[in-house]
Design a protein around this ligand. Structure first.
Ligand code: NAG
Ligand code: NAG
Ligand code: NAG
Length: 245
């Protein structure tokens, strides 16, 4: 089992968990139950309730560290949590937002909050979103392959000038990066420019929710630990979220 945390230094945390070799846990219920245990651990700052296997590994911002020195030991008031489940890969993804609390992020090294980012704004945007399972109309065209393709094409936009046009952007597409909000998403997109591909991609694909999350190293702009999450409705992109360290 592997737990991977991304902490953007201000408002958002992205958590990816992969469980391997435990078929029984690879149901939506099992994966969501595991996600709940990470959320509760983070809220309480205690890992004692986590069911960690002997092969457990932990990463924070793409670096292996001792879980006992990590983010989970800092209790956080959690204002929003949302999880997705990938039963084929036996993995889950959780997005957490904490916009309050005395010292929400104690990272090593400590990161000052950029004044242009306001967690309350981010929280406001994400709270308005609809993340119900796709209904039958919205499911049209949404396959595992399409979700993977969009996740990859999104990350390829910085290196491949054609990638942006290989994605079908919804008219109502909304993008939240930090507390920056863009609507429609397709309005301003990167079209190549960098020679370095965004690498180390790890995926959580949830066809029920129409979502793909890719944890990666954002190498096109300089090895930044990064998470991009996309929701697709009826084959077109509806939401994009970015957590970049
Ligand atoms: C902990 O994980 C093991 C192996 O996946 C599973 O059999 C057991 O039921 C889990 N225990 C709890 C309390 O979730
Ligand atoms: C996570 O979100 C759900 C609603 O989506 C809420 O019921 C639950 O209390 C939240 N958990 C925490 C620890 O904030
Ligand atoms: C699915 O949801 C969309 C958006 O809310 C709605 O326009 C559509 O009518 C719904 N379709 C079904 C079959 O419920």
């Amino acid at each position: 089992m592997a737990l991977q945390f991304l902490v953007d230094g201000l408002a958002m945390l992205a958590i990816m968990s992969s469980v391997s070799g435990v078929a029984a846990a690879c149901t939506r219920e099992g994966l969501f139950a595991a996600s709940q245990s990470y959320i509760l651990a983070q809220a309480s700052g205690s890992i004692s309730a986590l069911n960690l296997s002997t092969s457990f590994s932990y990463q924070e911002n793409n670096k292996p560290i001792d879980i006992k020195r990590g983010m989970l030991l800092q209790p956080l008031k959690i204002d929003l949590n949302r999880s997705t489940a990938d039963t084929a890969a036996c993995a889950s993804y959780t997005l957490l937002i904490s916009s309050s609390g005395p010292k929400p992020y104690i990272l090593s090294p400590p990161q000052p909050a950029p004044s242009s980012l306001t967690p309350k704004k981010t929280l406001g945007y994400l709270q308005k979103e609809n993340w119900w399972p796709l209904n039958t109309t919205q499911q049209a065209g949404v396959t595992r392959e399409l979700l993977k393709k969009y996740g990859d094409a999104y990350l390829d936009m910085w290196t491949d000038p054609k990638a942006a046009d290989s994605i079908s952007w919804g008219k109502e597409c909304e993008r939240v990066e930090g507390s920056q909000y863009t609507n429609p998403c397709g309005k301003s997109l990167p079209r190549g420019g960098s020679k370095t591909n965004n690498g180390n991609r790890r995926y959580v694909i949830d066809e029920t929710l129409g979502s793909v999350d890719v944890l990666c190293s954002f190498d096109s702009l300089g090895s930044l630990p990064d998470s991009h999450e996309i929701r697709v409705e009826g084959g077109t992109v509806r939401y994009v979220h970015t957590v970049t360290v």
